[in-house]
Design a protein around this ligand. Sequence first.
Ligand code: ADP
Ligand code: MG
Length: 544
Amino acid sequence: MMQPPIILLKEGTDTSQGTPQIISNVNACQAIADAVRTTLGPRGMDKLIVETGGKATISNDGATILKTLDIVHPAAKTLVDIAKSQDAEVGDGTTSVVLLAGEFLKEAKPYIEEHVHPQIIIRAFRKAGCLMVQKIKEISVKIKKDDPNELRVLLENCAATSLSSKLVAAQKDFFSKMVVDAVMILDELLPLNMIGIKKVQGGALEDSMLVDGVAFKKTFSYAGFEMQSKKYSNPKIALLNIELELKAEKENAEVRVNTVQEYQSIVDAEWTILYDKLDTLYKSGAKVVLSKLPIGDVATQYFADRDMFCAGRVPDEDLRRTMKACGGSIQTTVQGLSAGSLGTADLFEEVQVGGERYNVFKGCPQAKTCTIILRGGAEQFMEETERSLHDAIMIVRRAMKNDAVVAGGGAIEMELSRYLRDLSQTIAGKEQLLITALGKALEVIPRQLCDNAGFDATNILNKLRQKHAEGGTWFGVNIMTEDICDNFQAFVWEPSVVKINAITAAIESTCLILSVDETIRNPRAEGGGGPPGAGRGRGRGRPM
Ligand code: ADP
Ligand code: MG
């Protein structure tokens, strides 16, 4: 007998549940992994993403690519989130984490289809995740931090490994030294915002330089500027948020005047106000005056006559960094200008970088800060260089705080894979199969490294499996010779936190996606606030 359907939800609600829903979510996640798959590793390709405004971004960084793509699938967004979290937490390894999660899901899929309960899979994966983290901690190599030489080698290697998969791979030695120098300048806390990165188009990549201090572009200058000195040692620096310009009051106020004298007195008053300000600044002993707001021609000339330097329209971020580095405080009036509110630096200089002029402060007493000035051709290229350096800087910071490293190039993944396979032999029941599957999934990293380089992945993986079974812990893909080699000796090093975080995050998101068996879409959410395209297309509860 047919039973009438029970209507529980409002008409139009799209609900799908059960195994097909899980499978569909898994498929969506695999599509995401496929989107970034080819970017992995030193021979990985880059992606050119054109956004709605026509802005083109070229990137190799998993997080950047996924952020720029407008992903609407609710489950697939999880993968975007883990890539973002990896980016925020350790800075590198964003492609790896997405690939791993995609592969874990792929391995889990047949079991879901066979109606193994998701919770069993989740439990086994969680357990294996913990074991893998333990194993990484156990086999990672600790570097003696007390020895400055050894520490430097460690940091440079980690930076070089991070950079070797980027567009700037050819210059990785140059940039890894620069990145390590930059991080070494910082103080204990290693605040990231104390490394400024500036881009100046033109010149070669190797013309990029590291300034031990603050540097920013001179945006605007008036007549009289050329007469100012461009170099001071130990100058006092005034940081202002004041406009030093003759204000045309007629724009701000309406004044009724009857005689020429009255008009003259208004003009005079304006000049007096400005000159008072300038005079106070001069008397304060400041040699360099920086302001967020414009500094006009009268002021520029005034300062030039008194052997002072000024720069207006300094970006807020740069002014703040100068304040943090040089001391003093940003003033909104000149009245309270005291010795304490002025900053200082060992050397101030204006230098020419390509077609731009840069204000450079060196030897800042308050905070350790530095600025990397990047040179290069196309804008997209320099933006990608900046992102790559960001990854490397994050990696070096991580490695400074945490001195354990593992070998990259698939070595650590192969070792974990072997470990899980061996371990599974000692476990009975379904868990055995699941843990073996996870071990197999880990091979995705070396396999993809080979695929992206055009190597015969099967052959290399066979060699790697054999080596690891014989105890060659650090054997991985040799990207140069289409072979395998000891990547620890080849100095392909990565901080172990990168891998720990990647594996934990990948396992977490896998479990999250496997534990969702129903999606309910409220019909109202669809029309108004939902992202464009949501609700259309496949993959929402229908198996693909
Ligand atoms: P992610 O966004 O995950 O960092 P990458 O494109 O940077 O992705 O690729 C990182 C992978 O490339 C890591 O597995 C790393 O071990 C590997 N790798 C980096 N340099 C080398 C190298 N010189 N030889 C072999 N593998 C390398
Ligand atoms: Mg990387």
